[in-house]
Design a protein around this ligand. Structure first.
Ligand code: C2O
Ligand code: CU
Length: 463
């Protein structure tokens, strides 16, 4: 197994892992008394302090087999050092590959791949490879995998799926609990050729984990790390791997003559991969599960990646250049702008709240035996996601990436493949969904883990 270091009584990964938990204790005073019923962790000294270098997450080893099949094997298990202190935390932390977040699963577009999950957690779980364009029978979101068993996910990623993805459990009713206890990890799909504007840029994963109601954000498992870029533009793969909170992020200079000014972020990829050209923005919003890749200026004068609702610095970036740098010219990806016909199949999914307070889809709670949407394979459909509740919900569909056409009255400014769309209270978000490539039965749901676990999920069958 790949480890950042070895030989020490506690490896760096284990420390980071603990940090994920330790930092929860570190922020405990910010939690209101009723926010959690879990006993307070008593190992806060092992958690990393703010300002540590941004952790490079370990890579899950892959093995090449016959016909170019690449296999990687992911083990989910209790986090050993913390379980040695059992009784401190209940229920105990879990980990993919003994760290938090889990190791990077690195795949390649066009490549036959196999990921094996070994469930050694002592409880049932399963694995969702979030965002991958794989058929429902491979994704198996309904799978109940007992402890001691393995599950195999074998697939062939289509061309143009390079991008940033992630993985987490999908066992209905346990998602929030297992994610909160540490079962979250990033996944990267490599392109066959790196687009010119990205050539020569430092490339970093920025895995943001958040709770539903707490302000603390952990970045690759630690609070407010620092990143020293070595190239004038640095590529950040931003991933909201939290359980509930939407993050709006800005980059703001923290020193020098430009202090307080927003630095541009050039979006080069969204959930489903590259966009056509770098898009200059000064703020990006990530619902739970959502990814955006940006190029940012790495200047001698530091900048902080701030969550804009509380102005907390989540990452501090410095670098070699003394002046702003523009991305190189050239296409990044190829995303056709979907224009569904006037008579395209149309559906309305209403996000509702029942009088008992439960969040639902079209007034119904999840029933794995009921098919809520039957779709003809190959159709290009238009879906309106209508939020009638008082809180935002990140809408997510498995297996079929979509394009957002408009959010309320605002036409989406550029075509992009996505699998999560945040729907604000009272808002309607219009999607175009091509039901091509895959067939089968899977789910769509709110990605606030608590809402999903409580039944804000529906079943779709594409045949
Ligand atoms: Cu990332 Cu059905 O979820
Ligand atoms: Cu929700």
């Amino acid at each position: 197994m790949t480890r950042a270091s070895s030989g020490a009584p506690l490896s760096r990964r284990q420390l980071l892992a603990l940090a994920g938990v330790g930092a929860t204790a570190w922020m405990a005073p910010q939690l209101s008394a009723g926010a959690t019923s879990r006993p307070r962790l008593t190992l806060p000294k092992l958690g990393p302090m703010p300002g540590q270098p941004l952790a490079r997450l370990p890579e899950l080893p892959t093995f090449s087999g016959a016909a170019g099949l690449e296999t990687s094997c992911l083990t989910a298990a209790p986090l050993s050092i913390t379980s040695a202190a059992s009784g401190v935390l209940a229920p105990g932390p879990l980990a993919y590959g003994a760290g938090f977040p889990g190791p990077v699963i690195r795949l390649r577009e066009g490549q036959p791949s196999r990921v094996i999950l070994r469930n050694r957690t002592g409880e049932p779980t399963n694995l969702h490879l979030h965002g991958l364009r794989i058929p429902p029978h491979v994704d198996q979101p309904f799978l109940h995998l007992d402890s001691g068993s393995d599950a195999t996910y074998r697939f062939h990623l289509p061309p143009r799926s390079a991008g940033t993805y992630w993985y987490h459990p999908h066992l209905h009713g346990s998602v929030e609990d297992q994610m909160e206890r540490g079962l979250v990890g990033p996944m990267i799909v490599e392109p066959t050729r790196l687009p010119a504007p990205l050539a020569g840029c430092d490339d970093h994963l920025v895995v943001l984990s958040t709770r539903l109601d707490a302000r603390q954000v952990l970045v690759n498992g630690a609070p407010t790390p620092t990143l020293e870029g070595t190239t004038p533009l640095v590529r950040l793969r931003l991933l909201n791997a939290g359980v509930g909170r939407t993050l709006t992020l800005r980059m703001s200079a923290t020193a020098g003559p430009g202090e307080g000014r927003l630095r541009p972020m050039w979006v080069v990829a969204t959930d489903g991969g590259f966009v056509n050209h770098p898009v200059r923005l000064t703020s990006v919003t990530l619902g739970v599960g959502e990814r955006v890749e940006v190029l940012v200026d790495a200047m001698v004068e530091p900048a902080a990646l701030l969550t804009s609702d509380d102005h907390v610095a989540q990452l501090v970036l410095t670098g070699p250049s003394s002046a702003p740098t523009l991305p190189a010219r050239g296409a990044v990806g190829h995303v056709p702008l979907l224009r569904p016909a006037r008579n395209a199949p149309y559906r309305r999914i209403v996000l509702t709240q029942a009088s008992d307070g439960s969040f639902r889809l079209d007034g119904r709670l999840f029933d794995p035996h009921r098919i809520d949407q039957r779709v003809r394979a190959g159709a290009l459909e238009v879906w309106d996601i209508v939020n009638t509740t008082g809180v935002e919900h990140p809408f997510h569909l498995h297996s079929w990436p979509f394009q957002v056409l408009r959010r309320g009255h605002v036409v989406e400014p550029f075509p992009a493949w996505r699998d999560v769309a945040v729907v604000q209270p009272g808002q309607t978000v219009r999607l175009a969904i091509p039901f091509t490539l895959n067939k089968g039965r899977t789910v769509y749901h709110c990605h606030v883990a608590m809402h999903e676990d409580a039944g804000m999920m529906g079943v779709i069958e594409v045949a």
